[in-house]
Design a protein around this ligand. Sequence first.
Ligand code: G4P
Length: 536
Amino acid sequence: MSTSAIDSKLKIESERRRTFAIISHPDAGKTTLTEKLLLYAGMIRTAGMVHGRKQGTKVSSDWMHMERERGISITASAMQFAYKDNIINVLDTPGHQDFSEDTYRTLTAADSAVMVIDAAKGIETQTRKLFEVCRMRGIPILTFVNKMDLHGEDPFHLVAEVEEVLGIDASPVNWPIGMGKTFRGVADCNTAEITLFEKAAKAGSAKAIATSCSLQDALSSGTIDEEVAEKLGYELDLLKEAGNPFSREKFLAGTNTPVFFGSALTNFGVEPFFDAFADLAPCPGIRTADTPAGEEILIDPVKNKFSGFVFKVQANMDKKHRDSMAFIRVCSGRFERDLLIKHQASGKDIRLSRSHSMFGGERTTLDTAYPGDIIGVVNPGVFAIGDTVSLDGGFKFKPLPKFPPEVIAQIRPKDLMKRKSFDKGMRQFANEGTVLVLEGKTSHTSQPLVAAVGRLQFEVLQHRLKEEYNVDTELDELPYKHGAWLVGNTAQFRTTSSSFIAEDPHGRAIVLYTHEWEKRHLLEKNPDHELIEFID
Ligand code: G4P
C-alpha cells in the first residue's frame, strides 16, 4: 500500500470514529440506552439483557464480581462497534451516586458526551458534577431526555432547567408528541416532520416500528387527532420564536447542547437520536501537547504519527488473566500490533505486542486501531495514568485533570501478618489510581492516608484487597470532607485546627478541611495563597 493510500484510509477511519461517554445520574437510563444503541447497531438481536445483568448474565463491560453483585458498572471501560457508517467507541462511566476519579479520567478520553436525563427528575446531582467536568474541558454534550413514556416534567421546563442549572444554551432538535401513555413520537423542530412509533415487541426488546410524515399528512390521514396537532404546532412555533437556535460552532465549543426526547425502554425516539448523534458528534480532533522545552504543539489525528495516552490502568481484571492492563486512547496515527513506541515518562522504547479490545469483558486481539479507539495493552509495570506514548516521542499530552479528594481515611489490614500482601495491593491500587495515597504534611498525622473523590472508591479498594490479595481491612474515615489544591508556598500556609495539609505522590499540596465555609476563612488567613478545585 502506498503512503498516500494509508493516509487516506487513516483519514476516513479517523473521521468516522465517534468516541463518547454517557453522563447521567444512576437510574436515568444510561445502561438501557447503551443497550438500545447495540440493538440499533445490529450488535445484539434482542434487548433486555440489562434485566439479565442483575441476575448475573453479562451484558457489556461488567468485569468485576462486585459489579455483577450490585448490578452496576463500576469500572470504566470501552466498547466498540459499527453504527451505520460510523465506528462508535462508548466509554463506560460509573453510574453510582458516589463517583470516582475513574469517571473524570474517562471523560478525558472522550470526544463528546451524551447527557441522559430522567424526564421526571430533571438535572440531578451526579449529572451536574459530570457536566462540570465536560464544561471545564470543552467537551461537546448532546442531551437525551429519557423516560418520556412515563409522566414527567413539562418539556419546556426541562429545557429551561438545562439552561439554568448548567448555564449553557439548550436547543431542542426534536420535540415530544405527547407524554406518558400518550407519548407517540417526536417532531423535527426544523422541518416539523413527525415520526410516530409503535412497539414491535414487549418491553422494547426489538426495534420500534417508525413511520415518518408531515404534520399535515398525519392530521389529514387521521394518524393524529386535531387537538394533538394543534398543540404540537403551537409548541413548535413557540420554540422557533423563543428557543435558542442550535449552533454547531457553540455545540463543539461546549456552550450549546442539542436536546432530544425519547424513551430508551420502548425505543421511541432512540433511532432519531442515534442518527443525529452520529451526524453531530465530533470525530477525534486536534489535541495540545507540551515538548520537553515547554513549547505547546498541536497533535493532529491524521497528520501526526501514532500517539496516545494512558487513561486507565487496572490489574487482575479477570481471574484468567491476572496481569495489569493499561488502556490507551489513540490520539493520532495508526496503531498496529507490535508497534515499538516511545514511553515519554521513562524514556524507554516499548513494544505494544499484546493489544486487545474488549467486548463483554472478553479480550479480542487487536491488530489495528485508529484515532479515537481505545486499546488495552498488557502493562509491563511501566505505564501509569496520564502517560503519553508515541511513535517518535518528544512530547507529552496535557496532564489529566486532578480533583482534590472529598473523603479521607486510614486503612490497615485486620491481620497484621498480612502486611506484605496489603502493601503490595496498596502499591498496585495507588498506581492504578483506585485511590490517592497521601502523606500528611502538618502535625495532624504522620500516617499514610487514602483519599478519594467518592466513598465508592474505598469500597472498591477494600473489595479488591480482599478478592485479589486476600487481605481483610479496617477503614477509619476521617472528618475531612473538602479539599483544595494549594497554590503558593506550602511552608508559609497557616492552617486552622480543623484543617491540614497533605501531599500527593507528585509532591502537590492539598489542603483538607471539614466544612465548606472554612475555605473562605483559610483564604482570609492566607491572602498570598490560592485554593483551587481542579488542576488541569
Ligand atoms: P442507569 O444505567 O442509568 O442506572 O439506568 P438503567 O438503564 O439501568 O435504568 C434504570 C431503570 O429505569 C430500569 O428499571 C430501566 O428499565 C428503567 N428505564 C430506563 N429507560 C426507561 C424508559 O425510557 N422508560 C421507562 N419507563 N423506564 C426506563 P428497573 O426497574 O430499575 O430495572 P429492571 O428491573 O427493569 O432492569
